[in-house]
Design a protein around this ligand. Structure first.
Ligand SMILES: Nc1ncnc2c1ncn2[C@@H]1O[C@H](COP(=O)(O)OP(=O)(O)OP(=O)(O)O)[C@@H](O)[C@H]1O
Ligand SMILES: [Mg+2]
Length: 383
């Protein structure tokens, strides 16, 4: 609104790049609104050049139950910005529990055993390998930080504060263009008790609602404050607590995961591209088999592997499905089994894979281009 030369501005507006980024991220991430909003806001801040100088772009601590999407959101950001989930340097802190293992991250000083053989993970080249002309942003993930050794902890504190690291051979690495994600499922045991409604053999079912979310929030933050030193917590820009997934969210994740299985089939070079669809009954049964609030979506993914991927692999290996087939996957309650039926055949030319860019925003680097994925919805609706 204009009044004279004054104009009221609207800070809630977002630029096109950011809107596309958000839309693409939401297609990959189900729920976890706080996490999605947090990364979208920081992407906007980065594009505007207003991230803090001399520090990482942001230091984010992601907490919450297992299988709720903490690691997935980081991979989804990488896929969305660079077209590849591998465009993030992942440090699995459980692998660095002994101080000497730090050499895998920063290399050994000259003169030390293995100086030449160890190729440090955290080099400037590694950080910038996915950069494009338009986007010079790096993603670094420290997974399960509660398992880090003291040596890794010291290294992390330095990076979070000053955005620099000195390698074994004295080269400096600059993290000022890097978003640092740290995940932890501290407090998991208490969260389990809250989610399952007790520790007994058959605990009462619990409603997964805002009240439970608030309790999980409190437990996660209290566990982090208890475990991590104030100097660490002071370096965190945002703590995001992921929530226990609701049944309807798992249903949406099921659709995403089945789409990914279809992509796998179409992308497997030696295989016979074909399409499959799951009936409502089959999806219902997969959800029943895969629903366990304690394990989040991990349990669901295992159910898909066991009841969809492995049987399909057997059908391919024995030549029962061929190029261009359409396979219907159903569940028959009487027999308690999944059934696989060929609905049509010879449709391959219609479904020749259309390689579309998976990256919503930035142009890709050469490495990302090589790793393109198929990105289209299932063409066939189940009957
Ligand atoms: N909110 C979500 N949206 C979409 N997919 C999800 C979501 N949560 C979990 N998944 C699926 O479940 C898998 C496991 O989730 P993820 O690895 O992110 O768990 P996590 O929260 O990091 O657990 P942990 O603490 O055990 O490491 C993901 O690879 C993804 O396929
Ligand atoms: Mg994880």
């Amino acid at each position: 609104m204009r009044t004279g030369c004054q104009e009221v501005l609207d800070p809630s507006l977002r630029c096109d790049d950011v809107c596309q980024f958000e839309a693409a991220l939401r297609r990959k991430m189900v729920g976890q609104q706080a996490a999605v909003t947090c990364v979208v806001d920081l992407y906007q801040t980065f594009l505007a050049g207003l991230h803090p100088p001399g520090r990482p772009v942001a230091n984010l601590l992601l907490l919450g139950p297992t299988g709720s999407g903490k690691t997935r959101v980081v991979e989804a950001v990488a896929e969305t910005l660079f077209g590849d989930a591998r465009a993030v340097i992942k440090v699995d802190c459980a692998e660095f529990q002994h101080s000497h293992e730090i050499a895998k991250l920063i290399g050994s000083p000259p003169g030390y055993l293995g100086h030449r053989e160890t190729h440090p993970l955290l080099t400037q080249e590694a950080l910038s390998q996915w950069h494009t002309d338009r986007l010079r942003l790096s993603l670094l993930l420290f997974d399960e930080i509660e398992k880090a050794s003291d040596a890794l902890w010291q290294l992390l504190l330095g990076i979070l504060d000053k955005a620099t690291l000195t390698l074994g051979d004295n080269r400096r690495v600059d993290f000022s263009q890097t978003v640092i994600f740290m995940t932890s499922n501290l407090g998991a045991a208490e969260m389990d008790t809250l989610t399952l409604g007790g520790t007994g053999f058959t605990p009462p079912p619990v409603r997964i609602d805002e009240r439970l979310d608030a309790q999980v929030d409190r437990v996660a933050v209290a566990a982090a404050r208890h475990k991590f030193s104030p100097e660490f917590m002071n370096r965190i820009d945002r703590t995001v607590v992921f929530h226990t997934l609701r049944p309807e969210e798992l249903s949406a994740i099921l659709d995403i995961e089945l789409g990914l299985v279809q992509q796998r089939i179409l992308a497997s070079s030696g295989g016979h591209p074909f399409l499959f669809n799951c009936t409502r009954a089959a999806k219902g049964w997969l959800l029943e088999e895969g629903y366990n609030p304690r394990y989040g979506a991990r349990h669901l993914k295992r159910a898909i592997e066991r009841h969809v991927v492995i049987p399909l692999a057997k059908l391919i290996a024995t030549g029962q499905v061929r190029l261009g087939d359409i396979i219907r996957i159903d569940y028959t309650a009487e027999q308690g089994t999944m059934t696989f039926t060929r609905e049509a055949e010879g449709l391959a030319p219609m479904y020749r894979p259309n390689l579309t860019a998976n990256s919503a925003v930035a142009p890709r680097s050469g490495a990302a281009r090589a790793a393109r994925r198929y990105d289209f919805p299932l063409a066939v609706e189940p009957k």
